[in-house]
Write a protein that binds this ligand. Structure first.
Ligand code: FRU
Length: 489
Protein backbone atom coordinates (compact mmCIF):
# COMPACT_ATOMS: atom_id res chain seq x y z
CA UNK A 1 0.00 0.00 0.00
CA UNK A 2 2.63 2.51 0.98
CA UNK A 3 4.74 1.67 -2.10
CA UNK A 4 1.87 3.06 -4.09
CA UNK A 5 1.34 6.02 -1.86
CA UNK A 6 4.89 7.18 -2.39
CA UNK A 7 5.57 6.06 -5.90
CA UNK A 8 4.66 9.39 -7.42
CA UNK A 9 6.32 11.65 -4.93
CA UNK A 10 9.96 10.98 -5.70
CA UNK A 11 10.64 10.53 -9.38
CA UNK A 12 14.40 10.04 -9.69
CA UNK A 13 14.50 10.83 -13.38
CA UNK A 14 12.52 14.01 -12.99
CA UNK A 15 14.44 15.19 -9.94
CA UNK A 16 17.86 14.40 -11.48
CA UNK A 17 16.87 16.30 -14.62
CA UNK A 18 15.81 19.31 -12.60
CA UNK A 19 19.18 19.25 -10.79
CA UNK A 20 21.02 19.20 -14.13
CA UNK A 21 19.04 22.24 -15.24
CA UNK A 22 20.03 24.09 -12.09
CA UNK A 23 23.79 23.52 -12.35
CA UNK A 24 26.01 25.48 -12.80
CA UNK A 25 24.45 27.93 -10.38
CA UNK A 26 23.59 31.51 -11.25
CA UNK A 27 22.31 33.19 -8.14
CA UNK A 28 24.90 35.42 -6.49
CA UNK A 29 24.34 33.73 -3.14
CA UNK A 30 25.18 30.24 -4.45
CA UNK A 31 28.57 29.05 -3.32
CA UNK A 32 31.30 27.81 -5.62
CA UNK A 33 33.44 25.50 -3.48
CA UNK A 34 30.91 24.58 -0.82
CA UNK A 35 28.58 21.79 -1.82
CA UNK A 36 24.95 22.77 -2.17
CA UNK A 37 21.92 21.94 -4.26
CA UNK A 38 20.03 24.11 -6.77
CA UNK A 39 16.78 23.47 -4.90
CA UNK A 40 15.49 21.89 -1.73
CA UNK A 41 16.93 21.59 1.73
CA UNK A 42 20.31 19.97 2.38
CA UNK A 43 21.32 18.84 5.86
CA UNK A 44 23.66 16.21 7.32
CA UNK A 45 26.50 14.63 5.32
CA UNK A 46 25.78 10.89 5.13
CA UNK A 47 27.50 7.72 3.95
CA UNK A 48 30.93 9.31 3.59
CA UNK A 49 33.23 6.71 2.10
CA UNK A 50 35.87 5.83 -0.44
CA UNK A 51 34.79 3.12 -2.82
CA UNK A 52 35.97 1.92 -6.23
CA UNK A 53 38.51 4.70 -6.64
CA UNK A 54 36.20 7.55 -5.63
CA UNK A 55 35.03 9.44 -2.60
CA UNK A 56 31.29 9.18 -2.14
CA UNK A 57 29.39 11.92 -0.41
CA UNK A 58 25.74 11.34 0.40
CA UNK A 59 23.66 13.95 2.18
CA UNK A 60 20.22 14.51 3.67
CA UNK A 61 18.07 16.24 1.12
CA UNK A 62 14.46 17.30 0.78
CA UNK A 63 14.11 17.66 -3.01
CA UNK A 64 10.49 18.80 -2.69
CA UNK A 65 10.82 21.94 -0.62
CA UNK A 66 12.75 23.97 1.89
CA UNK A 67 11.23 22.40 4.98
CA UNK A 68 12.58 19.60 7.16
CA UNK A 69 10.35 17.00 5.48
CA UNK A 70 10.56 14.31 2.81
CA UNK A 71 14.10 13.36 3.75
CA UNK A 72 15.99 11.52 1.03
CA UNK A 73 19.65 10.91 0.39
CA UNK A 74 21.40 12.71 -2.45
CA UNK A 75 24.75 11.55 -3.81
CA UNK A 76 27.86 12.94 -5.47
CA UNK A 77 31.22 11.40 -6.11
CA UNK A 78 34.65 12.85 -6.64
CA UNK A 79 38.24 11.75 -7.01
CA UNK A 80 39.82 15.00 -5.95
CA UNK A 81 37.20 17.17 -4.16
CA UNK A 82 37.29 19.60 -7.10
CA UNK A 83 35.60 17.67 -9.93
CA UNK A 84 32.20 16.39 -8.83
CA UNK A 85 29.58 14.24 -10.48
CA UNK A 86 26.25 16.00 -10.94
CA UNK A 87 24.25 15.29 -7.78
CA UNK A 88 21.53 12.66 -8.00
CA UNK A 89 18.73 11.31 -5.89
CA UNK A 90 20.09 8.11 -4.32
CA UNK A 91 17.63 6.90 -1.68
CA UNK A 92 14.07 7.99 -0.93
CA UNK A 93 11.05 6.98 1.15
CA UNK A 94 9.40 4.10 -0.65
CA UNK A 95 7.90 1.65 1.79
CA UNK A 96 6.23 1.36 5.14
CA UNK A 97 9.51 1.46 7.09
CA UNK A 98 10.94 4.72 5.79
CA UNK A 99 7.79 6.41 4.57
CA UNK A 100 8.44 9.46 6.75
CA UNK A 101 12.09 9.84 5.87
CA UNK A 102 15.36 8.16 5.05
CA UNK A 103 17.29 9.68 7.92
CA UNK A 104 21.02 9.96 8.46
CA UNK A 105 23.48 7.12 8.33
CA UNK A 106 26.90 6.02 7.23
CA UNK A 107 28.77 4.03 4.61
CA UNK A 108 31.29 1.21 4.84
CA UNK A 109 32.97 -0.98 2.28
CA UNK A 110 33.11 -4.76 2.47
CA UNK A 111 34.66 -6.64 -0.43
CA UNK A 112 33.35 -4.96 -3.54
CA UNK A 113 30.19 -3.54 -1.99
CA UNK A 114 29.58 -0.11 -0.54
CA UNK A 115 27.07 -0.69 2.24
CA UNK A 116 24.97 2.09 3.61
CA UNK A 117 23.21 1.97 6.94
CA UNK A 118 20.46 4.45 7.72
CA UNK A 119 17.49 5.21 9.93
CA UNK A 120 14.02 4.51 8.58
CA UNK A 121 11.70 7.09 10.05
CA UNK A 122 8.00 6.34 10.27
CA UNK A 123 5.12 7.85 12.15
CA UNK A 124 1.97 5.96 13.07
CA UNK A 125 -0.78 7.87 14.88
CA UNK A 126 1.73 10.48 15.95
CA UNK A 127 4.06 7.82 17.32
CA UNK A 128 7.64 7.71 16.02
CA UNK A 129 9.15 4.41 14.94
CA UNK A 130 12.87 4.31 14.17
CA UNK A 131 14.30 1.22 12.49
CA UNK A 132 17.81 0.79 11.17
CA UNK A 133 18.36 -0.66 7.75
CA UNK A 134 21.15 -1.62 5.38
CA UNK A 135 21.31 -0.61 1.75
CA UNK A 136 23.88 -1.23 -0.95
CA UNK A 137 25.15 1.23 -3.48
CA UNK A 138 24.49 0.36 -7.10
CA UNK A 139 27.00 2.40 -9.07
CA UNK A 140 25.49 1.61 -12.47
CA UNK A 141 22.08 2.90 -11.46
CA UNK A 142 23.14 5.62 -9.09
CA UNK A 143 20.75 4.42 -6.41
CA UNK A 144 21.01 2.62 -3.11
CA UNK A 145 19.14 -0.70 -3.12
CA UNK A 146 17.34 -1.25 0.16
CA UNK A 147 18.31 -4.38 2.05
CA UNK A 148 17.03 -5.79 5.30
CA UNK A 149 16.03 -4.04 8.47
CA UNK A 150 18.76 -4.93 10.94
CA UNK A 151 17.37 -3.25 14.08
CA UNK A 152 13.61 -2.99 14.34
CA UNK A 153 13.29 -0.56 17.20
CA UNK A 154 15.11 1.05 20.10
CA UNK A 155 16.43 -1.05 22.97
CA UNK A 156 14.46 -1.19 26.20
CA UNK A 157 14.82 1.86 28.38
CA UNK A 158 15.23 4.26 25.43
CA UNK A 159 12.82 6.40 23.41
CA UNK A 160 12.25 6.28 19.65
CA UNK A 161 14.78 9.11 19.27
CA UNK A 162 17.14 6.42 18.13
CA UNK A 163 18.98 7.11 14.91
CA UNK A 164 22.04 7.95 12.79
CA UNK A 165 23.96 4.64 12.80
CA UNK A 166 27.62 4.64 11.96
CA UNK A 167 29.91 1.63 11.78
CA UNK A 168 33.40 1.12 13.17
CA UNK A 169 35.83 -1.72 13.69
CA UNK A 170 37.84 -1.97 16.90
CA UNK A 171 40.09 -4.86 18.01
CA UNK A 172 38.84 -6.83 15.02
CA UNK A 173 35.18 -6.50 16.15
CA UNK A 174 32.48 -4.75 14.19
CA UNK A 175 30.12 -2.25 15.82
CA UNK A 176 27.42 0.26 15.06
CA UNK A 177 27.14 3.34 17.23
CA UNK A 178 23.78 5.14 17.34
CA UNK A 179 22.46 8.37 18.74
CA UNK A 180 19.79 7.83 21.37
CA UNK A 181 17.79 9.12 24.29
CA UNK A 182 16.98 7.33 27.55
CA UNK A 183 13.42 7.24 28.87
CA UNK A 184 14.60 9.82 31.40
CA UNK A 185 15.44 12.02 28.36
CA UNK A 186 19.22 11.93 28.56
CA UNK A 187 21.35 11.83 25.42
CA UNK A 188 23.40 8.66 24.94
CA UNK A 189 25.35 6.64 22.39
CA UNK A 190 24.47 2.95 22.20
CA UNK A 191 26.41 0.14 20.56
CA UNK A 192 25.41 -2.90 18.53
CA UNK A 193 27.88 -5.63 17.64
CA UNK A 194 27.82 -7.88 14.62
CA UNK A 195 28.01 -11.53 15.56
CA UNK A 196 27.41 -14.41 13.18
CA UNK A 197 25.97 -12.13 10.61
CA UNK A 198 23.41 -10.36 12.85
CA UNK A 199 23.51 -7.16 14.85
CA UNK A 200 22.98 -7.50 18.59
CA UNK A 201 22.47 -4.81 21.18
CA UNK A 202 25.77 -4.61 23.08
CA UNK A 203 24.81 -1.84 25.50
CA UNK A 204 25.19 1.80 26.23
CA UNK A 205 28.56 3.42 25.74
CA UNK A 206 29.74 4.32 29.25
CA UNK A 207 31.12 7.84 29.38
CA UNK A 208 31.46 10.53 32.00
CA UNK A 209 28.72 12.55 30.29
CA UNK A 210 25.69 11.13 32.06
CA UNK A 211 23.85 14.43 32.13
CA UNK A 212 24.80 16.06 28.87
CA UNK A 213 21.78 17.14 26.87
CA UNK A 214 18.51 15.35 26.11
CA UNK A 215 19.53 13.74 22.81
CA UNK A 216 22.76 12.89 21.00
CA UNK A 217 22.57 12.90 17.23
CA UNK A 218 25.00 11.68 14.60
CA UNK A 219 27.69 9.83 16.55
CA UNK A 220 30.85 8.69 14.73
CA UNK A 221 33.52 6.62 16.43
CA UNK A 222 37.01 7.10 14.99
CA UNK A 223 39.66 4.67 16.21
CA UNK A 224 42.77 6.72 15.41
CA UNK A 225 46.39 5.70 16.02
CA UNK A 226 46.71 8.47 18.64
CA UNK A 227 43.51 7.51 20.47
CA UNK A 228 39.79 6.97 20.02
CA UNK A 229 37.47 9.84 19.24
CA UNK A 230 33.69 10.02 19.57
CA UNK A 231 32.14 12.78 17.49
CA UNK A 232 28.52 13.57 18.29
CA UNK A 233 25.94 16.33 18.24
CA UNK A 234 24.32 16.83 21.65
CA UNK A 235 21.05 18.75 21.95
CA UNK A 236 20.00 20.65 25.04
CA UNK A 237 23.27 22.06 26.39
CA UNK A 238 22.83 25.50 27.99
CA UNK A 239 24.70 28.36 26.32
CA UNK A 240 27.62 29.82 28.26
CA UNK A 241 29.73 32.95 27.84
CA UNK A 242 32.32 31.15 25.75
CA UNK A 243 30.71 27.88 24.72
CA UNK A 244 27.62 26.12 23.37
CA UNK A 245 26.29 29.27 21.81
CA UNK A 246 24.30 27.70 19.00
CA UNK A 247 20.91 26.06 19.46
CA UNK A 248 22.58 22.61 19.15
CA UNK A 249 26.26 21.68 19.41
CA UNK A 250 28.69 19.39 17.64
CA UNK A 251 31.86 18.21 19.26
CA UNK A 252 33.92 15.29 20.48
CA UNK A 253 35.57 13.52 23.35
CA UNK A 254 38.91 11.76 22.91
CA UNK A 255 40.48 8.95 24.92
CA UNK A 256 40.40 5.15 24.95
CA UNK A 257 37.48 2.91 24.19
CA UNK A 258 37.44 -0.49 25.88
CA UNK A 259 35.08 -2.58 23.78
CA UNK A 260 34.85 -5.41 26.31
CA UNK A 261 33.67 -3.11 29.07
CA UNK A 262 31.94 -0.71 26.60
CA UNK A 263 33.70 2.00 28.51
CA UNK A 264 35.14 5.16 27.05
CA UNK A 265 37.72 6.91 29.20
CA UNK A 266 37.94 10.38 27.84
CA UNK A 267 38.84 14.01 28.41
CA UNK A 268 36.59 17.06 28.20
CA UNK A 269 33.99 17.63 25.48
CA UNK A 270 35.23 20.13 22.89
CA UNK A 271 33.27 21.81 20.16
CA UNK A 272 34.41 21.11 16.63
CA UNK A 273 33.48 24.50 15.26
CA UNK A 274 32.55 27.87 16.76
CA UNK A 275 30.61 29.36 13.87
CA UNK A 276 26.89 30.05 13.65
CA UNK A 277 26.18 27.46 11.00
CA UNK A 278 27.70 24.10 11.78
CA UNK A 279 25.96 20.92 12.86
CA UNK A 280 25.78 17.13 12.48
CA UNK A 281 29.26 16.53 11.02
CA UNK A 282 30.41 13.09 9.93
CA UNK A 283 33.94 11.79 9.41
CA UNK A 284 35.49 8.72 7.82
CA UNK A 285 38.95 7.20 7.56
CA UNK A 286 40.80 6.70 4.31
CA UNK A 287 44.50 6.03 3.76
CA UNK A 288 45.49 7.38 7.13
CA UNK A 289 43.35 10.52 6.90
CA UNK A 290 40.31 11.31 9.02
CA UNK A 291 38.13 13.40 6.69
CA UNK A 292 35.19 15.39 8.01
CA UNK A 293 32.28 17.21 6.41
CA UNK A 294 29.83 19.24 8.45
CA UNK A 295 26.39 20.53 7.61
CA UNK A 296 26.44 24.31 7.28
CA UNK A 297 23.11 25.17 8.80
CA UNK A 298 21.21 24.89 12.06
CA UNK A 299 17.93 23.09 12.72
CA UNK A 300 14.93 25.24 13.66
CA UNK A 301 16.63 28.43 12.52
CA UNK A 302 15.45 28.46 8.92
CA UNK A 303 14.36 32.09 9.18
CA UNK A 304 18.06 33.08 9.39
CA UNK A 305 18.74 32.00 5.82
CA UNK A 306 17.35 34.23 3.06
CA UNK A 307 18.09 31.68 0.31
CA UNK A 308 14.87 29.87 1.32
CA UNK A 309 13.02 32.46 -0.75
CA UNK A 310 15.14 31.48 -3.74
CA UNK A 311 14.24 27.82 -3.31
CA UNK A 312 17.25 26.32 -1.58
CA UNK A 313 18.69 26.02 1.90
CA UNK A 314 22.10 25.13 3.34
CA UNK A 315 25.49 23.77 2.30
CA UNK A 316 28.13 21.34 3.42
CA UNK A 317 31.47 22.57 4.75
CA UNK A 318 34.65 22.02 2.78
CA UNK A 319 36.25 18.67 3.60
CA UNK A 320 38.57 18.91 6.62
CA UNK A 321 41.33 16.70 7.83
CA UNK A 322 41.28 15.97 11.55
CA UNK A 323 44.42 15.34 13.56
CA UNK A 324 44.44 14.23 17.19
CA UNK A 325 47.19 15.75 19.29
CA UNK A 326 47.36 15.71 23.09
CA UNK A 327 43.67 14.90 23.36
CA UNK A 328 42.59 17.74 21.06
CA UNK A 329 41.42 17.56 17.47
CA UNK A 330 43.01 20.03 15.10
CA UNK A 331 41.23 20.62 11.82
CA UNK A 332 42.63 21.82 8.54
CA UNK A 333 41.17 22.22 5.08
CA UNK A 334 41.98 19.14 3.07
CA UNK A 335 45.22 19.43 1.08
CA UNK A 336 43.14 19.11 -2.12
CA UNK A 337 41.59 22.55 -1.46
CA UNK A 338 44.83 24.11 -2.76
CA UNK A 339 43.71 23.17 -6.26
CA UNK A 340 41.08 25.96 -6.11
CA UNK A 341 43.86 28.58 -6.02
CA UNK A 342 44.16 30.61 -9.17
CA UNK A 343 47.82 31.39 -9.60
CA UNK A 344 50.19 32.98 -7.12
CA UNK A 345 48.98 34.78 -4.00
CA UNK A 346 48.98 38.50 -3.51
CA UNK A 347 51.19 39.28 -0.60
CA UNK A 348 50.39 42.14 1.72
CA UNK A 349 51.56 43.36 5.08
CA UNK A 350 53.12 46.08 7.15
CA UNK A 351 55.33 46.60 10.16
CA UNK A 352 54.38 48.84 13.10
CA UNK A 353 50.95 49.60 11.70
CA UNK A 354 47.58 50.31 13.25
CA UNK A 355 45.52 49.59 10.17
CA UNK A 356 45.84 48.14 6.69
CA UNK A 357 43.39 47.12 3.99
CA UNK A 358 43.48 44.62 1.15
CA UNK A 359 40.92 44.12 -1.63
CA UNK A 360 39.54 40.60 -1.83
CA UNK A 361 38.39 38.48 -4.73
CA UNK A 362 34.77 37.32 -4.36
CA UNK A 363 36.06 33.80 -3.77
CA UNK A 364 39.24 34.02 -1.77
CA UNK A 365 41.59 32.29 0.61
CA UNK A 366 43.58 34.42 3.04
CA UNK A 367 46.41 33.41 5.33
CA UNK A 368 46.94 36.07 7.90
CA UNK A 369 49.36 36.37 10.77
CA UNK A 370 49.47 39.28 13.20
CA UNK A 371 52.40 39.72 15.57
CA UNK A 372 50.50 41.59 18.24
CA UNK A 373 53.35 43.58 19.83
CA UNK A 374 51.77 46.10 22.22
CA UNK A 375 48.25 45.71 20.86
CA UNK A 376 45.65 44.33 23.26
CA UNK A 377 42.79 44.24 20.80
CA UNK A 378 42.88 43.41 17.12
CA UNK A 379 40.06 43.43 14.57
CA UNK A 380 39.91 41.65 11.27
CA UNK A 381 36.98 42.88 9.20
CA UNK A 382 35.56 41.86 5.87
CA UNK A 383 33.97 45.08 4.69
CA UNK A 384 31.25 45.25 2.03
CA UNK A 385 31.66 48.97 1.59
CA UNK A 386 28.91 49.76 -0.91
CA UNK A 387 26.37 47.81 1.11
CA UNK A 388 27.47 49.49 4.33
CA UNK A 389 27.97 46.09 5.94
CA UNK A 390 30.84 44.22 7.51
CA UNK A 391 31.77 41.08 9.33
CA UNK A 392 34.16 41.34 12.25
CA UNK A 393 36.56 39.05 14.09
CA UNK A 394 37.87 40.70 17.27
CA UNK A 395 40.59 39.29 19.42
CA UNK A 396 40.89 40.54 22.98
CA UNK A 397 44.21 39.53 24.41
CA UNK A 398 43.40 40.53 28.00
CA UNK A 399 40.82 37.78 28.34
CA UNK A 400 42.07 35.61 25.42
CA UNK A 401 38.69 35.74 23.70
CA UNK A 402 37.85 35.68 20.01
CA UNK A 403 34.52 37.22 18.99
CA UNK A 404 32.76 36.66 15.67
CA UNK A 405 30.39 39.48 15.03
CA UNK A 406 27.70 39.50 12.33
CA UNK A 407 25.62 42.34 13.81
CA UNK A 408 26.59 44.77 11.04
CA UNK A 409 25.06 42.52 8.36
CA UNK A 410 21.50 43.34 7.36
CA UNK A 411 20.17 40.06 5.98
CA UNK A 412 20.09 36.64 7.56
CA UNK A 413 21.23 35.55 10.99
CA UNK A 414 23.16 38.10 12.99
CA UNK A 415 24.57 38.18 16.53
CA UNK A 416 27.90 37.16 17.97
CA UNK A 417 29.81 34.06 18.97
CA UNK A 418 32.62 34.07 21.53
CA UNK A 419 35.25 31.51 22.44
CA UNK A 420 38.54 31.35 24.24
CA UNK A 421 41.65 31.26 22.12
CA UNK A 422 45.17 31.25 23.56
CA UNK A 423 47.57 33.41 21.56
CA UNK A 424 51.14 34.05 22.75
CA UNK A 425 52.29 36.71 20.36
CA UNK A 426 51.03 35.79 16.92
CA UNK A 427 47.37 35.56 16.00
CA UNK A 428 46.80 33.37 12.94
CA UNK A 429 43.71 33.15 10.79
CA UNK A 430 43.21 31.04 7.70
CA UNK A 431 40.07 32.32 6.00
CA UNK A 432 38.08 30.79 3.13
CA UNK A 433 35.58 33.16 1.74
CA UNK A 434 33.09 31.69 -0.71
CA UNK A 435 30.17 33.75 -2.06
CA UNK A 436 28.19 33.41 1.19
CA UNK A 437 29.89 30.58 3.09
CA UNK A 438 32.87 31.46 5.24
CA UNK A 439 35.19 29.08 7.04
CA UNK A 440 37.99 30.20 9.29
CA UNK A 441 40.74 28.17 10.95
CA UNK A 442 42.40 29.80 13.95
CA UNK A 443 45.92 29.14 15.29
CA UNK A 444 46.71 26.40 12.76
CA UNK A 445 43.43 24.59 13.29
CA UNK A 446 43.07 24.71 17.07
CA UNK A 447 39.63 26.19 16.45
CA UNK A 448 37.43 26.62 13.40
CA UNK A 449 34.30 28.62 12.59
CA UNK A 450 31.82 28.12 9.74
CA UNK A 451 29.00 30.48 8.94
CA UNK A 452 27.16 32.40 6.22
CA UNK A 453 26.95 36.08 5.44
CA UNK A 454 24.51 37.44 2.87
CA UNK A 455 25.59 40.89 1.68
CA UNK A 456 22.59 42.87 0.46
CA UNK A 457 24.18 43.63 -2.88
CA UNK A 458 26.93 42.41 -5.11
CA UNK A 459 29.84 44.48 -3.97
CA UNK A 460 33.61 44.30 -3.81
CA UNK A 461 34.94 43.51 -0.38
CA UNK A 462 37.99 44.48 1.52
CA UNK A 463 39.90 42.86 4.35
CA UNK A 464 40.73 45.47 6.97
CA UNK A 465 43.06 44.73 9.88
CA UNK A 466 43.16 47.22 12.74
CA UNK A 467 44.27 47.34 16.37
CA UNK A 468 44.15 49.55 19.46
CA UNK A 469 47.95 50.04 19.28
CA UNK A 470 50.51 49.43 16.59
CA UNK A 471 50.76 45.81 15.55
CA UNK A 472 54.36 44.71 15.36
CA UNK A 473 53.88 42.95 12.06
CA UNK A 474 51.06 42.03 9.68
CA UNK A 475 51.74 39.37 7.11
CA UNK A 476 49.15 38.19 4.64
CA UNK A 477 48.68 36.15 1.51
CA UNK A 478 45.49 36.21 -0.50
CA UNK A 479 44.56 33.87 -3.32
CA UNK A 480 41.70 34.16 -5.72
CA UNK A 481 39.84 30.83 -5.78
CA UNK A 482 37.87 28.96 -8.41
CA UNK A 483 35.09 26.46 -7.72
CA UNK A 484 33.78 22.96 -8.35
CA UNK A 485 33.81 21.50 -11.83
CA UNK A 486 30.70 19.43 -12.53
CA UNK A 487 30.58 16.40 -14.81
CA UNK A 488 28.44 13.38 -15.60
CA UNK A 489 28.77 10.47 -13.21
C1 FRU B 1 20.56 15.92 12.41
C2 FRU B 1 19.32 15.10 12.16
C3 FRU B 1 19.55 13.61 12.37
C4 FRU B 1 18.51 12.97 11.51
C5 FRU B 1 18.48 13.90 10.33
C6 FRU B 1 17.15 14.05 9.65
O1 FRU B 1 20.53 17.14 11.76
O2 FRU B 1 18.25 15.53 12.98
O3 FRU B 1 19.51 13.18 13.72
O4 FRU B 1 18.82 11.66 11.14
O5 FRU B 1 18.90 15.18 10.81
O6 FRU B 1 17.25 14.86 8.52
Amino acid sequence: MSEERFAGKFDKREIDTKVREGIPFHHRWHNAFHFEMPFGLVNDPNGLSWFAGKYHIFFQWNPLGVEHKHKCWGHVETEDFVHYSLPELALWPSDVHDKDGCYSGAGFVEGDVLHLVYTCNRKEDGRRISAQRLASWQPEKGIAAKDEIIIEHEPQGYTAHFRDPSRFVKDGREFLVLGSQTEAEKGRAVLYEKKEGAWHFAGELKTELSDFGYMWECPTLLPLAEGDVLLFSPQGLPAGDYRWQNLYQSGYVAGRLDVDALEFQHGAFHELDRGFDFYAPQAFLHEGRAILFGWMGMPEREEEYPTAEEGWLFSLTMPRELRLQDGRLFSAPLEEMKAFRKGAPQKFGAVHAEEIGQMLAEKAEIELSLVLGDAQEAHIDIVYAEAGEYLRFSYDRRCAVMTLDRTAMKLGGRGMRRFRLAVRDTLKLHIYRDKTAIEVFFQDGEEAASFFVFPTKETASQLVVSADRKLEKIEGKAWELGGFEWKER
